[in-house]
Write a protein that binds this ligand. Structure first.
Ligand SMILES: [Zn+2]
Ligand SMILES: [Zn+2]
Length: 333
């Protein structure tokens, strides 16, 4: 099969990915093989391609927002039928035995595996997945529009929960990429007031179209204090900016897997009055199931930009340079 691999990580304009020929993967015990229809492009793929995240093994196939149909069952796999449409997300496996798994925090597992980092992902024609970590997909969305829900949506949802905004409260969203534009829709449909603070005319336009209560530049103060905020932009310099925008007791959740360094904080202006700063690390499968059900019920629909699979490297470069708004999705055929 044709597959993209991270040949030598480095700046995306230097073309770190290579298109290669690989044998089709065979599903092992408890795994199924997925004939890939679409794979979303996540900023984590860019971090991996550009060496922000250390490669776990050479020539890994990136991509962890995979939609396709089951075309082979490994020994003992019985959760899905042949031909069933499923989604393959970022969380590929946890050990199930460490103290974090045992207390329901599998997102903090001491020995996790991730799709498109530890094991081959979706920038290819097929992949295998541990069946217990895949999702059934609601029929409301076609493959292209379902794909971005699988990481951007799920991680964004966990970030929204971590930001702990009370019902009817005020949410700030810093950065407005794939994850943010999905979670803004969810928050608005749940009745929150949503203030978007982001660079880029295209992103601000999309936020306005989606119904944000206000839209400003990343460095602006929102028009009212925030009960909670999510930092989606991988920019540590925005941490103090967002903390200053919080009301007393508010929480800033940092959604990304990677963040540039955070400058020194001023305790009085940025943390005192019980403002909280926290990270968000991966997700549990329960987060995923909850989010996918909510997204279907509330009619959340990503704004997508399709690319042929052969253009994966261009899609990553366009992401790096902010050349599109919403979520890029790669298509096989
Ligand atoms: Zn564990
Ligand atoms: Zn992702």
């Amino acid at each position: 099969m044709r597959a993209w691999v991270v040949e030598k990580c480095g700046p995306v304009d230097g073309k770190p990915l290579a298109l290669v020929d690989r044998p089709e993967p065979e599903p092992g015990p408890g795994q199924v093989r997925v004939r890939i229809s679409c794979c979303g492009v996540c900023r984590t793929d860019l971090h991996l391609a550009e060496c922000d995240l250390p490669p776990k093994h050479p020539e890994v196939i990136p991509g962890h927002e995979i939609v396709g149909h089951v075309d082979a069952l490994g020994p003992g796999a019985d959760r899905f039928a042949l031909g069933e449409r499923i989604g393959v997300p970022w969380l590929a496996r946890t050990d199930g035995t460490c103290k974090f798994c045992r207390r329901g925090q599998e997102n903090l597992c001491l020995d996790p595996r991730f799709t498109g980092w530890d094991q081959d992902g979706g920038y290819a024609e097929a992949c295998v997945v541990n069946e217990g970590y895949a999702y059934r997909l609601h029929e409301a969305l076609d493959d292209e529009h379902a794909a971005p829900l699988l990481c951007a949506g799920i991680i964004g949802y966990r970030s929204l929960k971590c930001a702990a905004v009370p019902p009817g409260g005020r949410l700030g969203i810093y950065g407005f990429g794939a994850s943010a534009h999905i979670i803004a829709q969810l928050a608005l449909r749940q009745g929150l007031r949503v203030h978007v603070l982001t660079r880029g005319e295209g992103n601000r336009k999309l936020a306005t179209e989606l119904g944000a209560d206000s839209v400003g530049d990343a460095a602006d103060m929102p028009p009212e204090p925030l009960d909670g905020a999510i930092l989606f932009a991988p920019a540590g310099e925005l941490v103090p900016v967002a903390l200053r925008a919080l009301d007393r007791g508010g929480t800033l959740a940092v959604a990304g897997i990677w963040l540039s360094d955070i400058p020194a904080l001023n305790y009085d202006a940025e943390l005192f009055q019980e403002r909280k700063l926290r990270s968000v690390t991966a997700n549990t499968r329960a987060d995923g199931e909850e989010f996918l059900a909510l997204a279907a019920r509330l009619g959340v629909r990503p704004t997508t930009v399709p690319y042929p699979m052969d253009a994966a490297q261009d899609a990553l470069a366009d992401l790096a340079h902010g050349r599109y708004s919403g979520a890029a999705v790669l298509h096989n055929d």
